[in-house]
Design a protein around this ligand. Structure first.
Ligand SMILES: [Zn+2]
Length: 262
């Protein structure tokens, strides 16, 4: 009996860019390149093993589990809601670039969900949370995604490439990013390091590529556990003394930006 082959029409071979076909235990292209598929269904499309360190680090398992606990407090629901509204009704495949543990993808209205993350643990958690989603370990800067195959692409607090967004989106397709605003988690920031403050200031505007940007601001009063989880799921954890006790009153300030592929 022939093995069931799923047509993906979205994932592409990271070696030769032709369409990947998904079989039960592997994914393969027409040129004979094949990739292991886990029991849960996700595929590992990292090739070469020579990506620069900055693109391969990803979130640690501890950070991903802190994220899951924090999201369970519903503190970031306004962000998920704004993301969902900005994406609107999606007719076709939607791709989450840097899916983390899957929280935002669960709140999107779409029937065909795809997700990539550089961290294998993130992809495992997303795949388990959303068994119908097609997930892959992959780089956001070299998406293993067919040209013009996605109706929408989004990225929340995660590195991404607008060139790649344009390449993978269908003409007229929508991209949405969520990025920090000027006062995002300012109570958790180290106060004395001027270079970090200046760098964050420069990063706190919506992307120039955006055609529309909405600023979302609200304050949170967290339990000490939730504050610790929030603290450890942000890059700030690497910028501040590891034993610092985080403040429980924090300001959330983000840009939800949107653009359309030409
Ligand atoms: Zn190939």
């Amino acid at each position: 009996m022939a093995e069931h082959i799923e047509e993906s029409a979205v994932f592409s071979c990271p070696h030769c860019s032709t369409e990947l076909k998904l079989a039960q235990h592997e994914a393969h292209c027409v040129n004979g390149h094949s990739f292991d598929r886990s029991r849960e269904g996700y595929i590992n499309l990292i090739v070469g093993g020579r990506l620069p360190t900055a693109t391969t680090s990803g979130d640690t398992p501890e950070s991903l589990l802190a994220r899951r606990r924090f999201f369970a407090t519903h503190s970031y629901m306004p962000i998920a809601t704004a993301l969902k509204e900005s994406l609107g009704v999606i007719d076709g495949p939607v791709l989450d670039v840097g899916c983390g543990e899957g929280f935002y993808l669960t709140h999107i209205d779409a029937t065909e969900k795809y997700a990539i993350d550089i961290a294998k643990k993130a992809v495992q958690l997303t795949n388990k949370l959303i068994p119908t989603a097609r997930c892959a370990v992959a780089s956001a800067f070299r998406l293993p995604i067919m040209n013009h195959s996605c109706a929408a692409v989004f990225s929340v607090f995660s590195p991404h490439s607008f060139e790649e967004f344009q390449r993978v989106l269908q003409p007229g397709g929508t991209w949405v990013t969520v990025t920090p605003g000027p006062h995002h988690l300012q109570q958790m920031r180290p106060q004395r390091d001027q270079s970090i403050l200046e760098r964050e200031e420069r990063r706190s505007e919506p992307p120039v590529q955006a055609q529309h940007a909405k600023r979302i601001q609200f304050d949170l009063d967290l339990s000490i556990e939730a504050a610790r989880d929030l603290f450890s799921m942000t890059p700030l954890v690497w910028q501040t003394a590891a034993n610092a006790t985080p403040t429980t009153h924090v300001s959330v300030d983000v840009w939800v930006s949107r653009g359309t592929a030409s």
